[in-house]
Design a protein around this ligand. Structure first.
Ligand SMILES: *Cc1c(COP(=O)(O)O)cnc(C)c1O
Length: 365
């Protein structure tokens, strides 16, 4: 495919610098957006076309737009950072571009070329670089997404799509300190079954998780943890984060995490944690992990730490696990040293403060 040329349409009324500074002082998560967005259209007839950077704003759609009815809607999430030398970097963006292609395959959507994904993200971040928070731990959260735009109510893969990238400044997830999360084991709901869409980053997985997440909140927990859909015995993942348990201490550490067997999302943070652990000489086991094993080992004290990980929350300790007839604490409910070490290493690499032996940091500016 020929390289796409992006047309640049600058926002004629960008947010004023003083107002932007006020928004950046406390951006929270996902409510403040930058001045621009990237868009690329697709049709079966033309392929990918009309690549643009344009003002952030509403998208007008027919009520009969296929994506609104049959959920051909997928997304990605990654971050851009200020480098210590004043430049701008991103963390493993090519891994997000590749994962989106795999998600496209599962959802019967056309693959967006990796180069188009990366160019759209780069041009948007370049244009809106003033929106990257400068405070400690701040980043610009980037949300690429794609959905079916054919106006047709027949059930089939759409013949038209819109790929879009928006960006939202985010403060440090750990601004108020590191707080272990309590997770709720859902007895009623599962997230993904074998043969389903659990390994695809599609909007529908999130819709399917919300009733269980609401149950978790109702029970006073922060997040839901899903069990496998077949036996309801093995830990899969949280609604939007992968999960690890830590055995041993000092140099003799083993990390256990559920395998990528089709029902969990192959997290880029998960993959990075596995690499960092291996670099340190720790053992890693990707294997089925039963809830009963989790509980027995936590109660015997053999298991000292568990954590959840993903782009938004980086590495976050799990303090307590609860369910209908289940309640146990891990490591006294406080963060353990292995979790802290992994989080600090990952954040240090992402923010350019530690060496990057795997070449994960992608220089933009
Ligand atoms: C995005 C996501 C993750 C984390 O993936 P990262 O690439 O590490 O951000 C984990 N689980 C689910 C269900 C997700 O959608």
């Amino acid at each position: 495919m020929a390289t796409l040329d992006f047309e640049i349409r600058p926002n004629p009324a960008p947010v004023a610098a003083t107002q932007r500074a006020a928004l950046l002082a406390d951006p929270g998560f996902g409510r403040v957006f930058t001045d621009h967005m990237a868009t690329i259209r697709y049709s079966d007839a033309k392929g990918w076309y009309d690549a643009r950077i344009e003002p952030f704003g509403p998208i007008s759609l027919s009520p009969a737009t296929a994506g609104l009815h049959y959920a051909q809607e997928i997304f990605e999430g990654l971050k851009a950072y200020h480098a210590p030398d004043g430049g701008v970097t991103m963390f493993r963006p090519e891994a997000n571009a590749r994962r989106m292609q795999i998600t496209c395959d599962r959802m019967a959507m056309p693959r967006l070329p990796e180069e188009a994904f990366l160019t759209a993200v780069r041009l948007l971040v370049e244009r809106d670089r003033e929106w990257i928070p400068t405070q400690d731990g701040g980043s610009l959260y980037i949300r690429p997404f794609m959905f079916a735009t054919e106006v047709f109510l027949g059930v089939k893969p759409s013949s038209e799509y819109l790929f879009c990238v928006i960006a939202s400044p985010a403060g440090s997830y750990f601004a108020g300190g590191v707080h272990p999360v309590d997770v709720w084991v859902s007895a009623e709901y599962t997230r993904a079954a074998p043969g389903g869409t659990g390994a695809a980053k599609c909007a529908g997985n999130y819709a399917a998780s919300l009733a269980a997440q609401a149950e978790a909140i109702e029970a006073g927990c922060d997040q839901v943890v899903f069990l496998d859909a077949v036996e309801r015995r093995y830990v899969d993942e949280l609604g939007g984060m992968n999960v690890f348990s830590v055995y041993g201490e000092g140099d003799d550490v083993t990390l256990v995490t559920p395998p990528l067997a089709g029902t969990i999302l192959p997290g880029i943070t998960r993959d990075s944690v596995l690499s960092i652990a291996t670099d340190r000489g720790w053992r890693v086991e990707e294997r089925p992990y039963a809830l009963s094993e989790w509980q027995a080992d936590a109660e015997s004290g053999r298991l000292r730490e568990s954590f959840a990980c993903g782009t938004a929350a980086v590495v976050t300790p799990i303090g307590r696990i609860r369910g209908a007839d289940l309640d146990f604490t891990i490591g006294g409910g406080v963060e353990g040293p292995v979790t802290r070490r992994l989080r600090e290493t990952l954040l240090g690499i992402q923010h350019g403060e530690l060496p990057d032996p795997h070449g994960w940091v992608h220089r933009l500016l």
